[in-house]
Design a protein around this ligand. Structure first.
Ligand code: NAD
Ligand code: UD1
Length: 337
């Protein structure tokens, strides 16, 4: 009998791709989301891709009694916790919403899991916890800091799960620090569907390519990087999803908790990302150079060694595959789901 995994934030960008990988690998999935930043259509598409039913529950992870009911009905043995709010700019204007959703949501979920004897937990953290890195590539033991409420909410939750695993060795917790997820499922059925104007580079370029936005503003071309534009570690969302399966397998096979980066280890500039996307869509992407965005750093990419050693996982897909898949999703779904 397959183990049952609770996936929160299951209809979101990373959650939906991870559900597909889990179902295809034979895990049973119970999906939870409050649909605050996603659509029920995602459930249909996951079911189409996997040719099986995905049990979905419209639950807010801050709703303790709804979670208690769910956990009493389902024989869950681990949770992957994607649910949360993720916009840096929105977190600055609505800090209480971010702390409530991200920190309180995580605490409520952990308490309910604890009461039901579930001790395996995978947490979505972010490279944002490294703040302004002193060195690149960034390894997991680099110093941590945050410059905005979103980043602080991730740091707080990291500390909470560390305290929990120190207090009770039964807990097995994987803290996964994602670098910059991009791309989409190769079918074009699943992808990132930002509400309103995108903040992040790849969805922004995709909307310029499809004609929804007139041009990309390149935020600064005077950084100390190879072409002056910001360097990031873009990781294909399907590689990222597979990283969760590797982390989960380790939690089932060995005791202990761990923190790992999920990135490719490769830095890509804004202009390189634009050039790759132009290749994928066969058209030029108009750009204008704009001032640096407040809070941005010059260069951020992972040391991917620990993930490879600990999880036997590494990102496999190239930048071109990433932008090809992203473009297919955008072309097939110009208005999202
Ligand atoms: P997303 O917004 O697409 O998915 C998050 C999902 O959680 C959404 O479907 C939303 O409706 C749901 N949700 C939010 N609050 C909830 C609540 N209180 N109860 C139940 N559901 C709730 O975001 P994503 O890109 O898939 O990110 C998933 C996780 O990974 C988040 O925790 C995010 O902070 C983290 N992360 C994302 C990135 C990125 O660039 N996408 C980078 C690093 C870390
Ligand atoms: C942003 C968040 C970070 C979060 C990450 C992944 C900020 C300040 N940081 O980081 O906390 O973890 O997303 O969700 O929002 N760029 C442009 N033009 C654009 C958009 C982006 O030039 O329209 C540039 C940026 O300056 C940066 C690169 O593209 O150099 C990537 O930007 P983005 O996709 O927003 O990711 P991060 O800056 O890494």
């Amino acid at each position: 009998m397959a183990e049952t995994i609770l996936v929160t934030g299951a209809t979101g960008y990373i959650g939906s791709h991870t559900c597909v990988c889990l179902l295809k690998a034979g895990w049973r999935v119970v999906a939870v989301d409050n649909l605050s930043n996603s659509s029920m259509r995602t459930v249909d598409r996951i079911q189409t891709l996997c040719r099986q039913k995905l049990p979905f529950h419209l639950i807010d992870v801050r709703d303790e009694s709804a979670l208690m009911r769910l956990l009493s009905q389902e024989n869950i043995s681990a949770a992957i916790h994607f649910a949360g709010l993720k916009s840096v700019s929105e977190s600055i204007s609505k800090p209480l919403d971010y702390y409530d959703n991200n920190v309180n949501g995580s605490i409520t979920l952990l308490k309910v899991l604890h009461q039901h004897g579930v001790r395996k937990f995978v947490f979505s953290s972010s490279a944002t916890v490294y703040g302004e890195p002193k060195h690149v590539p960034i390894s997991e033991n680099a110093s941590l800091s945050a410059t905005n409420p979103y980043g602080r909410s991730k740091l707080f939750i990291e500390q909470i799960v560390n305290d929990l695993s120190e207090a009770d060795a039964e807990w097995r917790i994987a803290t996964l620090r994602y670098f910059n997820p991009a791309g989409a499922h190769e079918s074009g059925l699943l992808g990132e569907d930002p509400r309103g104007q995108p903040n992040n580079l790849m969805p922004y370029i995709a909307q310029v390519a499809v004609g929804k936005l007139p041009h990309l503003s390149v935020f600064g071309n005077d950084y100390p990087t190879s072409d002056g534009t910001g360097v990031r570690d873009y990781i294909h969302v399907m590689d990222l999803a597979q990283g969760h399966l590797s982390a989960l397998s380790r939690l089932y096979s060995r005791s202990g908790s761990f923190t790992v980066n999920l990135g490719t280890g490769q830095g890509v500039t804004v202009l390189q990302a634009v050039a790759a996307f132009e290749k994928a869509c066969g058209a030029s992407i108009p750009i204008t150079v704009a001032p640096r965005r407040a809070g941005d750093i010059a260069s951020c990419y992972a040391s991917a060694n620990k993930a490879e050693e600990l999880l036997n996982w590494k990102a496999e897909k190239t930048l071109l595959q990433m932008v090809n898949d992203h473009w297919r999703w955008q072309k097939q779904n110009p208005n999202g789901y």
